[in-house]
Design a protein around this ligand. Structure first.
Ligand code: RP5
Length: 161
């Protein structure tokens, strides 16, 4: 199946931390491709990839970077597709730097920034899934079923006080 989601990461050192995103996309059967492309180290290639994504059938772009994290913003400036930004948690500032540099975009060039940490990484895939589900009833049903299962799990918790 042709990829619908493009995952870009600034470095292969981000790859391990992005596993919750990849696993969630797989869980919902969403085809994706992943590339290491950096706004700073490979700016021309990152822009070329962003510019070509829509014509290549990609519907949503997920961009992960840490530190001075400009990847999602640069991609958003070079595509009409929805862009989800993952601020990667890295030392020495723990991802606050990544968060601020990903989230504080100027008006008209949106980046839907998820939280720092593994819940945020997972939510990048859930958000991509919700966007795709707007035009895919089978996926919408899968997401709904997941939501119900999650709710049932929470309601089934017993507190041992
Ligand atoms: C960012 O710098 C990357 O996204 C990564 O989170 C961080 C560190 O990269 P490496 O020095 O480990 O390649 O661009």
């Amino acid at each position: 199946m042709k990829p619908l989601v493009a995952i870009m990461m600034g470095s292969d050192s981000d790859a391990e931390k992005l596993k919750p995103c990849v696993e969630t996309l797989k869980q919902f059967g969403i085809p994706f491709e992943a590339r290491v492309l950096s706004a700073h180290r490979t700016p021309d290639e990152a822009v070329a990839y962003a510019k070509a994504a829509k014509a290549n059938g990609i519907k949503v772009m997920i961009c992960a970077a840490g530190g001075a994290a400009h990847l999602a913003g640069v991609v958003a400036a070079n595509t009409e597709l929805p862009v989800i930004g993952i601020p990667v948690e890295i030392p020495p500032l723990g991802g606050l730097d990544s968060l601020l540099s990903t989230v504080q975009m100027p008006a008209g060039t949106p980046v839907a920034t998820v939280a720092v940490g593994s819940a945020g990484v997972k939510n990048s895939a859930f958000l991509a899934a919700r966007i795709l589900a707007l035009g895919d009833e089978a996926l919408a049903k899968k997401l709904n079923d997941f939501k119900k299962e999650n709710a049932a799990k929470v309601l089934g918790k017993k507190l041992d006080y």
